[in-house]
Design a binder for this molecule. Structure first.
Ligand SMILES: NC(=O)c1ccc[n+]([C@@H]2O[C@H](COP(=O)([O-])OP(=O)(O)OC[C@H]3O[C@@H](n4cnc5c(N)ncnc54)[C@H](O)[C@@H]3O)[C@@H](O)[C@H]2O)c1
Length: 337
């Protein structure tokens, strides 16, 4: 098996994390870096990979068969379109785009050009989350009723106020594009497309003027709800619980996905003893990248369905609207339901 040659575009925090994970990987080989900053050029030189400031040079490089986009959010859609147009497979960090029109265009471009599209929602690849999805699909939890999730962290507290990740343009609704989006993705994967959302974002405990505390209620078309909490002014917390008519399951993370330390899965089924299982550390970010490589090589379809990618961004757009308006906002899923 020959590895897929990949370029990481955007060698900042996450691009460097991914570059580090790909060292010696048998499925994806990092051959190039792209960034607009001189610090990134030095990083690429240390890795011994080709480097350019220009995205075009990367997608014209025959050694590059795939791009891994770790750039600011508002650039994702255009970069997906350009990469797909050059017949390069695309792994795009979350969020895939900032509105429904863009995600539809991005997905269509990848499909029209016959290239794989993957998204950086690594939580889907965490072993206890995979088990939770299995239990839900097998009916072991009964009718799915409600999700409660929390993904909070304090990694942004030291960022300069003008960092793009704290801007209304690139990161509307405060913590939503940082962490909340991962939980929205899981919720939609389990409970289906959202019908409407009610989001509240406030700056309560930090200098993050874009807001540090998000409470989000998503009502799915099934009638079930997801209650999502994302805070950027408190130490790390990661929790995802799914409640059903026969039982519930909860995954608790021990550490941020950047440096995983394992998880605890608790399952409480009616008329049975509550069970707790420890999961050792596993790198879900790498598992996601390898699933992308498998899709790009035609070995296996990418496990996140494109309808769910689209439903996630459709709901995200409504979250932005709700955070601004203070109202419950409907989600456009492309139909009249
Ligand atoms: N999956 C996860 O858990 C996770 C974690 C962190 C970040 N992310 C995502 O990764 C992406 C990057 O975030 P980050 O925190 O690393 O940001 P960052 O600011 O640290 O890095 C972004 C990099 O992109 C570069 N850049 C900007 N415009 C460019 C262009 N046109 N071409 C090439 N490079 C360009 C910048 O110079 C910078 O080095 C975002 O989508 C973010 O949401 C995902």
């Amino acid at each position: 098996m020959k590895p897929i040659g990949a370029a990481v575009v955007g060698l900042g925090w996450w691009g460097r994390t991914i570059a580090g994970l790909l060292k010696g990987n048998s499925k994806l080989s990092l051959v190039r870096g792209v960034d607009v900053s001189p610090a990134a050029e030095r990083f690429a030189a240390e890795l011994g990979i080709a480097f350019s400031n220009d995205f075009e040079a990367a997608i014209n490089d025959p050694a590059v068969q795939a791009v891994i986009l770790c750039t600011p959010h508002s650039q994702h859609c255009e970069q997906i379109l350009r990469a797909a147009g050059a017949k390069k497979h695309v792994f795009c960090e979350k969020p895939l785009s900032l509105n429904r029109a863009d995600v539809l265009e991005a997905v269509a471009a990848c499909n029209a050009n016959g290239v794989a599209l993957a998204v950086g929602h690594e939580k889907r690849f965490e072993p206890p989350v995979v088990e939770l999805f299995r239990m839900a699909a097998a009916g072991e939890l009964g009718t799915l009723l409600q999700v409660e999730g929390n993904f909070s962290q304090d990694k942004f507290l030291a960022m300069p106020a003008d960092n793009w990740r704290l801007s209304e343009k690139e990161a509307p609704a405060g913590p939503m594009t940082a962490t909340g989006i991962h939980l929205l993705d899981l919720s939609i994967g389990l409970l289906g497309p959202a019908a409407n959302v009610c989001a509240r974002v406030r700056q309560l405990g930090s200098g993050l003027v874009n807001g540090d505390t998000l409470g989000l209620l998503v009502t799915h078309r099934s009638g079930s709800n997801s209650l999502i909490s994302a805070i950027l002014a408190t130490p790390f917390d990661g929790r995802f619980a799914l409640y059903g008519s026969k039982g519930w399951a909860e995954v608790r993370d021990k550490a941020h996905p950047e440096a995983p330390q394992g998880w605890v899965l608790t399952v409480n089924s009616r008329n049975q003893q509550k069970k707790t299982k420890e999961y050792p550390s596993a790198n879900a970010v790498l598992a996601n990248l390898e699933a992308f490589a498998d899709a790009a090589s035609g070995r296996a379809p990418y496990p996140v369905p494109q309808e769910q990618m689209i439903a996630n961004i459709s709901a995200l757009e409504a979250v932005f609207k709700s955070a601004r308006s203070g109202n419950i906002e409907p989600v456009d899923n492309g139909d009249r339901q």
